[in-house]
Design a protein around this ligand. Structure first.
Ligand SMILES: C[S@@+](CC[C@H](N)C(=O)[O-])C[C@H]1O[C@@H](n2cnc3c(N)ncnc32)[C@H](O)[C@@H]1O
Length: 272
């Protein structure tokens, strides 16, 4: 018998085990990129054979550089808007709400598939003004229940690639239509990353399929009226990449010389 939470996930939902595990490995580095002790503790609460993921600590920056950047951007948004609504889709078991620990005027929604949220309920505590939403983000109805009285931060980390372009752009349009003002902070794979998806170790073992490629902020601006680009960068150009040490840092220097590979993992920030 074990009192750990049992894990039974497949496809896109399973991918959040890899991101969680890589964050937990990073938290054990002497010089972590993210230093997420919530991830480290969450891994210990799950009944799962982590060796099954076939990932090692050297791959941690592929996730932690991104997560640390979105933490930074989210903190900037919340500093400018202490009264805000945060909608965090495809949250998986990411502990952003605990890492950022937002102020009392912030209302926070974490959204993912029902199986993922059920696991989340078992391993993380609740907190005031914090709600879990069990739904596919592509279902048009759930967003209509979110209050519109405050500026919104719509944060989508590691989910866009599991949506089709039509699903993704329809979702972003619904956000811009529903809320008066806010930011969309979202990452994308470019055409090369989507085309070579079978080669990606992080995706391959989950059995999921990647769809939506974005090559430039203009791809999104053309499809979602009302947005303007605030910032965009890539895995290898993000300010948080400066925290990376070892062989992954060297890989970054090599990849920056190859334009399509350099832009394969893109981090975007839009306002409306
Ligand atoms: C790669 S994981 C990223 C998890 C988390 N954002 C992180 O960075 O650790 C992808 C997450 O997106 C979720 N996801 C994929 N498609 C979704 C959809 N249509 N609606 C809600 N969540 C979805 C998966 O269940 C999974 O938790």
């Amino acid at each position: 018998m074990t009192d750990k939470a049992a894990v039974d996930l497949t496809g896109a939902a399973k991918t959040m085990l890899t991101t969680l595990y890589l964050k937990s490995l990073d938290a054990q580095f002497d010089e972590p990129v993210l230093g997420d002790t919530f991830a480290r503790d969450a891994v210990g609460r799950l009944d799962f054979d982590w060796s099954d993921l076939k990932v090692t600590a050297k791959w941690a920056p592929i996730v932690t550089v991104r997560t640390a950047l979105y933490d930074m951007w989210a903190r900037e948004f919340l500093a400018a808007h202490p009264e805000a609504t945060v909608i965090h889709i495809g949250c998986g078991l990411d502990a952003r709400v605990f890492r950022l620990d937002p102020g009392p005027e912030v209302r926070w929604f974490d959204c993912d598939f029902p199986d993922v949220i059920a696991l989340r309920e078992q391993i993380y505590p609740t907190r005031p003004d914090y709600e879990l939403i069990k739904t596919s983000a592509t279902d048009p109805s759930w967003l209509e229940k979110i209050p519109t009285d405050k500026p919104v931060l719509f944060l989508a980390e590691g989910i866009s690639m599991y949506l089709t372009q039509d699903e993704g752009t329809a979702l972003l349009r619904r956000v811009v239509d529903r809320f008066d003002s806010g930011e969309i902070q979202i990452d994308f794979y470019n055409w090369l990353a989507i085309k070579t998806q079978k080669m990606h170790m992080l995706n391959r073992r989950s059995g999921s399929t990647l769809h939506w490629a974005v090559n430039d902020p203009a791809d999104v601006l053309d499809e979602v009226p009302g947005l303007r680009s605030v910032d965009d960068t890539t895995l290898f150009d993000a300010p948080t990449f400066d925290r990376v040490r070892g062989s992954f840092r060297t890989a970054g220097a090599v990849t920056r010389a190859m334009p399509a590979a350099r832009k394969s993992l893109q981090y975007h920030r839009f306002a409306f």
